[in-house]
Design a protein around this ligand. Sequence first.
Ligand code: XIL
Length: 870
Amino acid sequence: MYRNSRKLISVLLIIMLVFPAGWITTSAETATVDEETRPTAAEFNPITFEDQTTGGFEGRSGTETLTVTDEANHTDGGAYALKVEDRAENWHGPTLNVASFIEKGQEYNISAWVKLISPESSQLQLSTQVGNGDNASYNNLQEKTVSTSDGWVQLEGTYRYSSLGDEFLTIYVESANNSTASFYIDDITFEPTDSGAVEIEKDLTPIKEIYQDDFLIGNAVSDSEFEGNRLELLKMHHNLITAENAMKPAYAYNEQGEFDFTAEDSLVQKAKDEGLLIHGHVLVWHQQSREALHTDENGNPLSREQALENLRNHVKTTVEHFGDSVISWDVVNEAMNDNPPNPSDWKASLRQSGWLEAIGPDYLEQAYRAAKEVIDENGWDIQLYYNDYNDDNQNKAEAIYQMVKEINENYAAENDGELLIDGIGMQAHYNLNTNPENVRRSMEKFISLGVEVGVTELDVTAGSDNELTEQQAQAQAYLYAQLFSLYKEHAEHISRVTFWGLNDSTSWRAAQSPLLFDEDLQAKPAYYAIMDPEKFIAEYEPVEKEEANQGNASHGTPVIDGQIDEVWDNAAELPVNRYQMAWQGASGVAKALWDEENLYVLVQVSDDTLDKSSANSWEQDSVEVFVDENNGKTAYYEEDDGQYRVNFDNETSFNPESIAENFESATKVSDGGYTVEVKIPFRTITPENNAKIGFDVQINDGKDGARQSIATWNDLTGAGFQDTSVFGELTLVGSNEEEQPEKPTPGKPNKPGKPDKPGKTKKVVIANPPINDNKVLIDDEIIEKVQENGVLEINISRYKQALEIVLTNDQIIHLKEQNATITIKQKNANASFPASVLSDDEEEVAITFDQIDEWEQAWSKALDLLFNKK
Ligand code: XIL
């Protein structure tokens, strides 16, 4: 079994006893209590719904239906859970006010178990809200893409309440990509951690000081940044703010549709009191906006005259109201499509939006003119910006360039060469695959227009599930250094660099730790990288791009009819939830099977509104499968490569066309999503056990005729249509051929009429466990899936650091009872051993890996240890 292992594998593997975990001390002493009148925090009793009440949970909107039910239960020895139905918006869900359990400044561990009812798959997330109204902050604790077959899943995270949000502090469960998903929740806990109070690092050099001669340093804020140590950190490093949400068009009105700037004024006052400059975000946008300004109750566009009057009124009133409290405004935000195919025609590249439909492409120019009129009348010095994301995409940059050029030229001709659009905001929501050279190209293109550039919403996503490995933190720091080096080079044309959030736990992309300060407000490698970017780049090697995602296709043959045959149970889940763009929409779960003729792929998509109104197939709600049969990873398509696209209505398209032959597909639309099942004939290889093919799955989310989001299993670059090196890898496993007692010899077919023997396929259950404090724990539910003679594959290939895989006593007993094999999967090697070698006398067993980087040395030693113990 360990062929080649001496050469391939060397890891120090030690079986050792770990003391029972779970003695986290609660430490009210460490909390900062500074509100004298405030009662001390009460102790939170877990909510199990066993008393058959909702335990204080309510619907966030009030329109959801919450029922205590015995249809499902997670509580040990209990019978009840809370059922959540009739959601209608992504943010709807059960919420609980936890203010009375909170000491200011203290960190809490928050956990809830969830079980999805419908659709088949959906993203679910646990979050906490601080404060109420327009200035509230919404913080995501943990998000997972779950499917109904997952059963109960735990959502858990920590949050430090530096602000008491005027005693409006809630925890809630929502779905960021499915407004109608329904689910159960159970066993909610809320416990102080033992981490004590935190202090910010006062000895750091302020970022604003380093860049004082270059540009302003900004951050995105809500009310909770104006208290305690968050305020200290904000003021120490920044001299400018953008309201993360409060100054968006929707919040300029009260429920009656009248202008109401109460919350905005209070935020503006706080910023002024602290001596911070303010950038206004935003006047005209297709999101977080008041639909009634351009669309009637039946969803039809208002007349051009009416919509134009509303647009001008909205812009003028808002600009007038804030006056020169702001130094600049994002007048129009995100008006361009992503990757427009014909970018020199900017009008054809505009995103379908309510404003465009009612007014036409000149709505942009009209908005800028309205703002400019107010500014000129008052003699204010306020810069007008156009702001957009995916600014590093060359097609999008070109469309923006053409638009600003034309509008500015028109205006200049009438106004002595004066600019109408003063600046272009590059949102800069980047990820580890962002190529800084593309950022440079776009930036230089914008600068060539004679406008200033603002970096307006900078963050760099890395890692997942609130975890960032050292390597990812390093790669993130490197990209930050490259960006700041570029920014310094062009500082003369850059007005400001604004980060989108103060620290990882409060970022809108919290799960992907995108900022300079960690959840305890401490500086990450990225902070040190931007302190002296050139030095950082000189001292460190660029980190290799992330490994391609690895997955398995099990052996089996389904019927292609959109129904999920039992054979799919054998296939491992491949989450399709890496997003290529700033906005995150439909996601899903894929599975793959193979037989001697074909590859089969099943994709269950979570998406509550289906749209195929775009003429471009890739902008419709659709699924794409990418295959590189020889795993050649070429930067162009060879004969064995193909891209297969199926929309929710089972309309297909192919790249190249020739691969359509013998392809089959079926789709099924259900509540909250759709299923795509395809058969892809192998065209150039003879598939066999352990063969690896290049593979990816993509979900396009169409909305109002445009693509609003792209989720994939592996690729983050968007180059998959022409470059196979960005695919993940799929290993074909589980063919039982070798194990069959009588292997039919070629030319001697099985006797007709006699069905093939059911295979003795070993069912492989794959665990991709997260890592926490260097500990890798596996969910009981995954272990329970391991059946007789099955294999538990623990994939730790994405980790490089020393770690412990911890198995509990119950888990070991189950694995032993099933006579299971355990496979530990690392990058270069798999190590397999029977579960029977593990001791079940201990509370827990930890398999410790030291120095995973050095595989060459110690594998045999580790095995000796394992087996000598027996
Ligand atoms: C985001 C906020 O960060 C979130 O809190 C909110 O739920 C959605 O909007 N482009 C923009 C910003 O212009 O306004 C967006 O901010 C992020 C992308």
